[in-house]
Design a protein around this ligand. Structure first.
Ligand SMILES: *[C@@H]1O[C@H](CO)[C@@H](O)[C@H](O)[C@H]1NC(C)=O
Ligand SMILES: *[C@@H]1O[C@H](CO)[C@@H](O)[C@H](O)[C@H]1NC(C)=O
Ligand SMILES: *[C@@H]1O[C@H](CO)[C@@H](O)[C@H](O)[C@H]1NC(C)=O
Length: 361
């Protein structure tokens, strides 16, 4: 088993807006990766990661596997709930009109096109070729079936929330897993950020009025990174036990993204462009008092095959040799890359009601 197969995706999340939009939203359009995928990868076969199609994935809320990379609901599900909307249907399973929006996110998806990775000789580790551009193509096709004139489309999208990610985390995961160094990967950041910005511009040009663009999670706190890139050198860890250099890399991406979003706000004053601080929301999980939440801590996984962080890539969640914990709600980390429903609920609430969106939703 290729170790790469395991890496996946990262997080996608969502955020939501609070009551500052009096009318709320009547549709959500979501792009991204496993953080937000509600079934697209599974529907397309999930050959690279078939375990998401069986328990314990989905055990907590749906009681069966849905293709979500978690034990239960994702950030996007909590956002939909907050607005009184149904859970977003995956685009690839859509049977009727997208009355309340669609989810284009695909677990394992990258911001950059698959060709970028094939050109570098590391395309074989991709879970999917359904990059952000492919997802935008799906969106355009769907849109042309929903509205034609600008007036019609403006009215169709008037109360829509667009979630542009999280996306980009996998571009880095694949590159790190293929042996890239932090120095190497810093060169990718402007390209990844540029791709996210182009996609955001495109949906605005197509009629989006409210777009939330999440940053990357603190990857240095992920059981995957801690297991693969851990050291004996205490100075490489921060006070939370996370890898400082990898978290700094996430912050580097996020800083570039925020700067680029600021320029985009000047270009499109008619749109509301919200940055969602998944990094801050992810880190906040480390500071919830144990008695209130994650009594088993935030770094070790609920579902895994042992080791310091209960993460072993040959025995990752769903594979032989892995075990699932008794109560996932006492863990923040589900399978080493993805979080538990309990953690996603906490993050969603931090986006919708807390301080992790800017401007605030
Ligand atoms: C992605 O595209 C490459 C090159 O076209 C192809 O070989 C590969 O099978 C595709 N991967 C998936 C998961 O569809
Ligand atoms: C430990 O890591 C720090 C940087 O994080 C480095 O400066 C130091 O040389 C390392 N120590 C050892 C013994 O490798
Ligand atoms: C990881 O899991 C495999 C398969 O169950 C096992 O053989 C191996 O010893 C485990 N590695 C560690 C470090 O626990």
């Amino acid at each position: 088993m290729n170790m790469v197969t395991l890496f996946f995706l990262f997080f996608c999340v969502h955020t939501r807006l609070s009551a500052s939009i009096p009318s709320g939203y009547d549709k959500i359009f979501s792009f991204g990766d496993s953080i937000a995928d509600t079934g697209n990868l599974l529907h397309s076969g999930a050959l690279a990661n078939p375990v998401i199609g069986k328990l314990p994935y989905g055990q907590t809320f749906f009681h069966h596997a849905t293709g979500r990379c978690s034990d239960g609901r994702l950030i996007i599900d909590f956002i939909a709930e907050e607005y009184g909307l149904p859970y977003l249907p995956p685009y690839l399973t859509l049977k009727s009109k997208a009355k309340h929006g669609v989810n284009f996110a695909v677990a394992g998806a990258t911001a950059l096109d698959a060709k970028f990775f094939y050109d570098q000789g590391i395309g074989g580790i991709l879970w999917t070729n359904d990059s952000l551009n492919v997802q935008l193509g799906w969106f355009k096709r769907l849109k042309s079936s929903m509205c034609t004139t600008k007036q019609e489309c403006d009215s169709y999208f008037k109360r829509s929330l667009f979630m542009m990610g999280e996306i980009g985390g996998n571009d880095y995961n694949y590159a790190f897993l293929s042996g890239g160094t932090i120095m190497d990967l810093k060169r990718m950041v402007p390209v990844v950020v540029g791709t996210i910005i182009s996609a955001t511009s495109m949906v605005i040009e197509e009629g989006a009025k409210e777009v939330m663009v999440p940053g990357n999670f603190p990857i240095g706190c992920s059981a995957l990174y801690l297991t693969l890139f851990g050291t004996q050198n205490k100075t490489t860890y921060d006070g939370n036990g996370c890898l400082k250099a990898y978290n700094a890399f996430s912050e580097y991406h996020n800083t570039r993204l925020k700067l680029a979003l600021e320029k985009l706000r000047q270009k499109y004053p008619q749109a509301r462009i919200i940055y969602a601080d998944y990094y801050g929301a992810g880190k906040s999980l480390l500071h919830i008092p144990h008695h209130q939440g994650f009594e088993n801590g935030a770094l070790s996984t609920c579902c895994g095959g042992g080791g310091q962080y209960n993460f072993n890539y040959t025995a990752r969640c769903g594979h032989i040799g892995s075990e699932v914990c008794e109560d996932p709600s006492t863990y923040a980390n589900w399978d080493g890359v993805h979080l538990t429903e309990a953690a996603y609920r906490h993050i969603a609430s931090g986006l919708l009601k807390g301080t992790f969106t800017s401007p605030p939703i």
